[in-house]
Ligand binder design. Sequence first.
Ligand code: HEC
Length: 276
Amino acid sequence: MSKRRFTVVVLLLSVLIVYLFVQAPPPLDEANAREARTIPIEEAFAIVADENARVRALWTTDIVEAGLKRGLRFEENWREEGVDAGPLPALFLRETAVSLEKDRIRLSLFLGSDAPVRPSNLFTGTQAERFREVRRLRKPVFFRAGDTGLNVAMFPDVAVAPGCVSCHNEHPETPKRDWQLNDVMGAVTWTYPQDSVSSEEVVAMVRALRKGIRAAYSGYLQETTTFARPPELGERWPREGYYLPSVDVFMAEVARRSSAATLERVMSAIGNDGPR
Ligand code: HEC
């Protein structure tokens, strides 16, 4: 990052910290707490979805694609003993989702489809219905699920690279072999109980997601220590050779790629009808 951008990010972060901790109103009672929820859940979902998409791109390009060229492997059975491999992007997302499930924050994440490779990734009920809309509109769809009462956001997951199409079409268990580039293959689906959140809550959601990402990445690094030839962990990335960034280096890159955008979105969301 350039020095100037770094300074801008630091400044923006300071503004948020001042807003959250210094300017924040004194402890609120119940009624006020409801009023303080000024960010619509749709916007909060968009913020976490944007972070997650950036991390998925980082994982896919800088770890998986760069790693494959250096002799690292990424497979669906990466957890099996004797398999010296890491998780495919969909599986990295699932690892993140599993950790997120354990957090106090009731944010959850699921990557589903109407024609999944893995039957457990099949959309059912209302989600299956609303997914047709996601495919038709190629835009996120938000609704409140009748059965669970949870707010749901479904973001289209598009076949952006030839690899998406070929790997899915050739998979022995796929129910569909004619995926094409740019098809909506599935939807990244988020749920959350409340239909609006405070700025503190949205920050807690982002923090929970990052914790999940950290756990997913640590799990992978842990696995690499059992490889016949473990990659060197530290400052360096696969593009430089048979290396992997340490958890802290990976998470610093996650923050570098998403913090400024997240902060902008949080600030403009608060700005819409103003914090009370
Ligand atoms: C090397 C193979 C491979 C590549 C490349 C790949 N996937 Fe997948 N994908 C899988 C496998 C295997 C699963 C099932 C993972 C699981 O849940 O066990 C999966 C799961 C999914 C799911 C959840 C539904 C399902 O099919 O189970 C979606 C949606 C998805 N992938 C979309 C994509 C997109 C979009 C891309 C490209 C950006 C992509 N995949 C690239 C192998 C691949």
